[in-house]
Design a protein around this ligand. Structure first.
Ligand code: PMT
Length: 405
């Protein structure tokens, strides 16, 4: 989402990690970015420009003096077109030239003409990376506002371990998305603190058994990401094992009581609370400290349950300026029960979803929901991905809070 329609100038310099950059570029394109490539001469020794040309579906810039269009200066044109400039892999040589302000080839000339944010992925021999000159050059670029990805430590092309390895593309893309968010000043949720709950809580019976439900956490994690992409400072309280981007503060919990504590602790400083978690209404009254033994002479066994705190209802009672969003998982009379929860829990918005169908709701990628607001708005969202629903929900919250986009 963050990369969609972004103009990315990809500057490729001469290092063995180039083959990984081909895949990196494909990921950017798959995520909706428009990519134009420029290469240094030494980069072309590793991979031919044709590879990048075919995949980006555009001419690759190589030479400052091969001006094909008399009305345009290509390296300045590329700089002007750019939303974000990425140098990957960035060699010690190109980093030094950038720090010193050189413009001796297409890549360095275009970079010198670029006013937009700069994202650099160094990859080189460990001694070259650790050299004072390279470290000072990196500091110079950072001081000017560039983002420099930390190389990995691991097995280098030279056949030994060291720092300087080109990192996994997944990490680079994640850091690039974070960098775009932090360098975009006008995101609507900048300055907002959002607390999102996700997943199905686990109520321990004994050290090896628990009671839980089918919630995967997909909904809550998608909401946290959508809020983060709109500039919010997001805390995700999750009972799910799913991963979350580094920039989202993630608090892992198991039981409803732990979830309650994690939310209660942060509620006073929260602007928006979104409770998408499937919280167990009841917990085990007396959790056994050792594994329960099979009862030999009894066909049934009873476990006493005790009511858990209703997190959302309690926050509804405590609420001051906070905007509260609840979910309602219902098998019948969706609207009636959702409206009831909206009022009883003092919510500003509720997302109602029908559960009990295999193709939506719990533990699948899609859902179909209706959003009700306390001012009687009703938005029906036909079956779509939970990611899409998360973005629609966050946009609706922005609209309800009358934040200018
Ligand atoms: O995680 P997924 O696999 O993506 O599935 C998503 C989902 C189906 C879990 C999600 O869309 C959903 O419906 N979440 C709420 C499930 C639920 O517990 O609904 P409820 O109607 O029982 O509760 C109403 C609201 O009160 C919810 O916001 C719930 O988080 C909150 N609650 C409930 C009980 C409790 N003790 N404390 C609470 O805060």
């Amino acid at each position: 989402m963050m990369l969609k329609d972004k103009n990315i100038a990809l500057y490729v310099t001469g290092g063995i990690a180039i083959y990984k950059v081909v895949d990196f570029m494909r990921t950017l394109i798959k995520k909706g970015a428009k990519v134009r490539v420029a290469m240094t001469k030494s980069a072309t020794e590793f991979v031919t420009p044709l590879t990048f040309q075919i995949l980006s579906q555009h001419e690759v810039h190589l030479d400052t003096f091969s001006e094909k269009d008399p009305e345009h200066v290509a390296h300045v044109d590329l700089a002007d077109w750019t939303d974000i400039a990425v140098v990957a892999p960035a060699t010690a040589n190109t980093i030094a030239k950038m720090a010193a302000g050189f413009a001796d080839n297409f890549v360095t000339s275009s970079l010198l003409a670029t006013k937009q944010p700069l994202f650099i992925v160094p990859a080189m021999n460990t001694d070259m990376f650790n050299h004072e000159a390279t470290q000072e050059n990196i500091q110079t670029l950072k001081k000017r506002g560039a983002y420099v990805v930390e190389p990995d430590t691991g097995f280098l092309a030279e056949g030994y371990e060291g720092k300087g390895r080109y990192p996994e593309n997944e990490r680079i893309v994640e850091e690039l998305e974070q960098f775009i968010i932090s360098s975009t000043a006008d995101l609507p949720l900048k300055g907002y603190k959002i607390l999102v709950s996700a997943g199905g809580t686990k109520e321990r019976i004994d050290p090896v058994r628990y009671i839980t439900n089918d919630s995967s956490g997909k909904t809550g994690h998608a909401i946290a990401e959508a809020a983060y992409q709109k500039g919010a400072e997001v805390t995700l309280v999750t009972a799910s094992e799913l991963k979350a981007p580094q920039a989202i503060q993630t608090v892992r919990v198991d039981s409803a009581k732990e979830m309650y504590e994690a939310i209660d602790e942060r509620f006073a400083e929260t602007n928006i609370l979104i409770m998408s978690a499937a919280v167990s209404d009841y917990g085990v009254a007396h959790t056994a400290t050792s594994k329960m033994k099979k009862e030999r002479d009894s066909e049934t066994v009873s476990i006493e349950l005790a009511e858990n705190p209703d997190i959302l209802k309690t926050m509804g009672q405590k609420k001051e300026q906070q905007f509260l969003v609840g979910f309602a998982a219902e098998t019948d009379e969706l609207e009636k029960y959702a409206q009831k929860k909206l009022q009883e829990k003092h919510l500003d918005m509720i997302v109602a979803n029908e559960v009990g169908r295999a193709d939506r709701g719990f533990n699948v990628d899609d859902n179909q929901v209706i959003i009700f607001t306390s001012d009687h708005d009703k938005i029906e969202i036909p079956k779509t991905s939970k990611k899409n629903i998360a973005h629609i929900l966050i946009d609706k919250i922005v609209q309800e809070l009358e934040i200018e986009e």
